[in-house]
Design a protein around this ligand. Structure first.
Ligand SMILES: Cc1cc2nc3c(=O)[nH]c(=O)nc-3n(C[C@H](O)[C@H](O)[C@H](O)COP(=O)(O)OP(=O)(O)OC[C@H]3O[C@@H](n4cnc5c(N)ncnc54)[C@H](O)[C@@H]3O)c2cc1C
Length: 427
């Protein structure tokens, strides 16, 4: 009798989830779990929570949707809390014996969890399933991938690779190995008060993100139905509203939808309406996402070191300046507006992310890691690879061939907010 514990991590979906699909094919009993990792509930070394309330809310909604979908198929989702290297061995003891399948996350903490589990004799099978392109299809060894994005993209385009075909939803899900009540009695289950947060506002929100696979599907469908890809290239650097860019990122970050499914929708769209600059540019940006997700295979923990891939000295740690930046109290109203947007919505456009990151690093002389940690805390779409990769890029500690990206705030404002509509909205 084979039992598999399927550990949902950054893949909160049933469709195109190769790891979950394999569990359903390989086992007679499948126990789907999610672990509220105690590490995520800690404060960062700069004194603010690692996971802020907007991302927490989106996560809670995504888990709720996943649970309902599993229940509708005769299964369930068991939510546990603690450190995975303690929770999983205890769970396996309760069940008797089981193997663990999960998504592979190529980042130090997540790999550390897997290492601790295997050290304790737990059999863990990991699945890489978060990118649009499958690493197996790359025309080079992932450890030797080109450093510069343009060279990476050109090799992929020359090999005519666009995306890997998504997998279907499992036709049936094997039953749970035992009565859930028995499992829950013996484990720490999350206290719902710690895991939900309602945002109350009297104003109609500009940005609406609801977590979950079904909400992701609806969002992506309406984006294509309204033909927004056609104008994506022209609008993507705008700053206000829901439609100037795709807003796929929160759902991609929690894995409510896969990048491959979105790329397949884009491919269908191009077949129906024709390819154009907008559709190409959307694929191009999704490829940036892949690029940052692949870099840790080449550079490993170095990407997470203070100096990243560079020898340049790191900026100062000045807590009072950090608070000014975080609270939108710097000398630059344009930067302040974006920092207010971030703390009021959990989102910020790509353009403003570049500007505020550059301002923190180059104008305020701050430590890039503190900026990255604040983004991790606040962003609803926080993703370890994209956040780390973009911060390193701007700081000149990653793979930017220009060695860093200082932005001129006045010029950026002139180009992207000449009438101060964005600035006045948030200040
Ligand atoms: C300092 C900094 C930190 C960032 N942190 C994150 C993060 O934690 N999580 C995250 O998802 N993105 C991050 N980004 C990238 C980018 O800002 C967001 O992906 C984008 O703004 C999300 O909005 P959208 O879905 O409407 O993007 P769109 O413009 O519609 O792009 C479509 C998709 O392409 C991908 N994409 C676009 N730009 C980038 C990029 N520069 N790097 C990687 N992928 C990209 C995203 O998956 C996005 O959903 C960061 C950028 C900067 C400059």
């Amino acid at each position: 009798m084979k039992i598999i514990v399927y550990w949902f991590r950054g893949d909160l979906r049933l469709t195109d989830n190769p790891g979950f699909l394999s569990s359903c094919a390989d086992a007679e009993y499948v126990l789907p779990i999610y672990i509220h990792d105690s590490k995520d509930l800690l404060d960062s070394e700069w004194g603010f929570p690692r996971r802020g309330s907007y991302r927490q809310q989106f996560l809670s909604e995504s888990l709720c949707d996943l649970k309902l979908q599993l229940q509708q198929r005769g299964s369930d989702l068991v939510e546990l809390s603690g450190s995975p290297d303690v929770v999983i061995p205890n769970l396996i003891k309760t069940i008797g014996s089981a193997e663990v399948y999960c998504q592979r996350i190529q980042a130090p903490e997540e790999q550390g969890d897997i290492h601790q589990l295997t050290k304790q004799g737990v059999f863990v099978k990991e699945f890489w399933q978060s990118t649009m392109v499958d690493p197996k299809d790359l025309p080079f060894d992932i450890e030797d991938m080109p450093d510069v994005f343009t060279a990476f993209r050109q090799k992929i385009e020359n090999a005519k690779i666009r995306f890997a075909k998504p997998e279907a939803i499992p036709t049936s899900i094997p039953p749970l190995p035992m009565d859930l009540r028995k499992i829950l009695q013996k484990q720490d289950t999350p206290n719902s008060q710690n895991y939900s947060h309602a945002h109350e506002s009297t104003e109609a929100p500009l940005l609406i993100f609801k977590g979950g696979e079904r909400a992701a599907r609806l969002h992506v469908e309406q984006y294509f139905e309204r033909r927004l890809p056609d104008t994506y290239k022209e609008t993507r650097n705008q700053l206000l509203g829901m439609d100037y860019s795709s807003k796929f990122s929160p759902w991609l970050a929690q894995g409510c939808i896969s990048a491959r499914s979105i790329a397949q929708d884009l491919d269908h769209y191009e077949k129906q309406y024709g390819a154009n600059d907008g559709t190409y540019w959307l694929w191009f940006e999704l490829l940036w996402r892949d690029y940052f997700a692949f870099l840790p295979f080449k550079y490993g923990k170095k990407l997470f070191h203070r100096r990243g891939l560079s020898d340049k000295p790191v900026g100062k740690i000045n807590l009072s300046q950090l608070n000014q930046w975080i609270n939108g109290q710097t000398k630059e109203p344009f930067v302040n507006a974006a920092m207010k947007e971030l703390s009021s919505t959990g989102f910020m456009s790509n353009r403003m992310r570049q500007i505020v990151a550059s301002y923190w690093i180059y104008d305020m002389g701050g430590d890039w890691r503190a900026g990255a940690a604040w983004f991790e805390s606040q962003l609803i779409d926080y993703d370890v690879y994209s956040n780390q990769g973009n911060w390193l890029y701007i700081a000149g500690r990653g793979t930017d061939p220009r060695g860093g990206r200082p932005f001129n705030v006045a010029k950026q404002m002139h180009d992207h907010d000449p009438d101060r509509v964005y600035q006045n909205h948030w200040l």
